[in-house]
Design a protein around this ligand. Structure first.
Ligand code: MSP
Length: 526
């Protein structure tokens, strides 16, 4: 069922200097839940991720490892970044690499047009450059170094010394776009979200914008500037364009019209690039700006952004090998308000896994299915007359579906999951109150037992659909166990906005035994 709406969502493209940690996987998981939800709602969905492979940082890493930058990038993409998508079960539609010749060519086409239209000029620049950020820094973004960096200026994000660079570069007249950007933030208040991020960007642009250096000439790992091959394109200028070149900018107008504009999910550290530089580039080219830029928070360790360079990175597989990919996706998206920072701890993961997934949801599914097996031979009975208790469950399921969909629209993933969880809590309460094990002992209560078992199983049907974008591996198992696969078809084909419509699972469906969806896990105490 198609809604006729287009939904194009992107992750940032990841630097291939190192392997991913759970901060990167967090961005991927969030974007994947959003795209799976929209896809299952029938929206014309496209989800893009990929890798950012040019620039000084990658070049230096490759040199330090004795290989060419392209060899290094190939290795990291094959051994680390593509496998990440399997580790956390991401269903992306495309994977772009900035070394793809198609992308490189279209970066040149875009840049040449800006040059021809007078948006680019040659100039000189001196400033402090952070190779970790791949960015010239303002002095307000620098700190005095301590310890081994005593006496040097360090980047506030990377805590590593910045380098004083003086180069003759090409510049993009970004300053000319400040007013149009401010008008954009004003007219389209959800262009930058959440609100705290929007306010920060508005304040930043109100102070006025500098022109942007968009080429480098002291090294050659990048896309060549088309009119002056002694320069390579600044890595961020090249990287931001991935969102457009991947969907046919310059060479596939039909695809571009179908997909563009995009919703960009990014970490807050790279918000300015996406909500200031990127729309200014698009405005200069006469193209539509993105639909939205949403900045999520950081995963923190000891109060600081988790990072490989600070040796605080945790590999996603350390979590998924024990808890599975569903628990990974659920935990980070439920425990952290999307848009705010969050601290990761093994204890919290372990506690939520047991309380919410194993006991809350998993146990509910096991109990209901076991009772249908035991009391009615595994054949779903037709419900008898409803009481206020059943009406209440139906109301909660319908309301949770609508609330979750509205939350997804605001990219409030934690709220969406919270809404769906009201069904888990309501069904658990319902079963305790209705006590089917008591009804089963009384022949005169057969009708009532049928109503209770039907209500609980139909509630599981709605839960399987609503949770399928998050719990991608356990919900299909539940779906089959309640006989829905045979009766209603594949889980991924169930329209998610319709999940709250009561009575979809037909009486007579065959309910089969279910292994625990989330087995108990002992935390190693070492
Ligand atoms: N290559 C650029 C993005 C270019 S997009 C046109 C880049 N790459 S990155 O690999 O350094 O970061 C990619 C994403 O991972 C960013 O959104 C960043 O915020 C996110 N994260 C990196 N560390 C993180 C945490 N500790 N917590 C949450 N997200 C984190 O920047």
């Amino acid at each position: 069922m198609s809604s006729g709406r287009s939904f194009y969502i992107t992750t940032p493209i990841f630097y291939v200097n190192d392997a991913p940690h759970i901060g990167h996987a967090y961005t991927e998981a969030a974007t994947d839940v959003l795209s799976r939800w929209h896809r299952q709602a029938g929206d014309d969905t496209w989800s893009l991720t990929g890798t950012d492979e040019h620039g000084e940082k990658i070049m230096r890493t490759a040199v330090a490892n004795g290989v060419t930058p392209k060899e290094w990038a190939d290795r990291l993409v094959a051994e680390a970044w593509k496998p990440l998508l399997e580790t956390i079960d991401v269903a992306n539609d495309d994977f772009i690499r900035t070394t793809d010749p198609h992308h490189e060519h279209n970066v040149q086409v875009f840049l040449q047009k800006l040059y021809d239209d007078g948006h680019i000029y040659a100039g000189e620049y001196e400033g402090y450059y952070c190779v970790g950020c791949e960015e010239y820094k303002q002095s307000s973004e620098l700190l005095d170094g301590t310890g081994e960096y005593e006496g040097q200026l360090v980047c506030a994000i990377h805590s590593k010394p910045v380098e004083l660079l003086r180069e003759r570069n090409y510049f993009f007249r970004m300053s000319a776009f400040a007013d149009r950007l401010l008008a954009l933030y004003e007219e389209q208040p959800d262009f930058v979200q959440p609100d705290s991020a929007r306010n920060e960007i508005v304040q930043f642009v109100k102070q006025g914008l500098n022109d942007l250096s968009i080429s480098r000439s002291s090294f050659d790992w990048g896309v060549k500037v088309p009119w002056d091959e002694s320069h390579v394109v600044y890595v961020w200028f090249d990287a931001l364009l991935n969102y457009a070149t991947a969907v046919g900018l310059s060479d596939d107008p039909e695809q571009f019209a179908r997909r563009w504009p995009a919703t960009h999910v990014v970490g807050k550290d790279i918000l300015r690039f996406h909500s200031v530089i990127w729309p200014a580039m698009l405005m200069a080219a006469g193209l539509e700006v993105p639909k939205q830029v949403f900045a999520h928070g950081w995963l923190l360790v000891g109060g600081e952004k988790m990072s490989k360079s600070k040796l605080t990175g945790i590999a996603p597989r350390e979590i998924t090998d024990t808890f599975g990919s569903d628990a990974f996706r659920y935990y980070f998206l439920r425990a952290i308000a999307f848009g705010q920072d969050g601290s990761f701890s093994w204890e919290d993961l372990h506690a939520r896994y047991h309380a919410e997934l194993a006991n809350g949801f998993g146990n509910l599914a096991s109990r209901v299915i076991a009772m249908v097996g035991r009391y009615v031979d595994g054949v779903l009975p037709a419900p008898g007359e409803s009481t206020a208790a059943e009406d209440e469950i139906q109301r909660i399921v319908a309301e949770a579906t609508a609330n979750a969909d509205a939350a997804i629209d605001r990219l409030a993933l934690h709220e969406a999951i919270g809404s769906v969880w009201t069904i888990v809590d309501a069904l658990n309460g319902y079963i305790t109150e209705q006590a089917p094990w008591v009804l089963a002992k009384d022949e005169t209560q057969r009708d009532r037992l049928a109503t209770v078992l039907y209500t609980a199983t139909e509630g599981l049907r709605a839960l399987a659909v609503l949770l399928s974008p998050v719990l991608t591996t356990t919900t299909p198992v539940l779906w089959s166990a309640i006989g829905a696969e045979a009766a209603l078809g594949a889980l991924r084909d169930q329209p998610i906005r319709d999940a709250g419509r009561w009575g979809q699972l037909p009486a007579g469906a065959t309910v089969a035994p279910l292994e625990p969806l989330f087995p108990r896990i002992e935390l190693a105490t070492s």
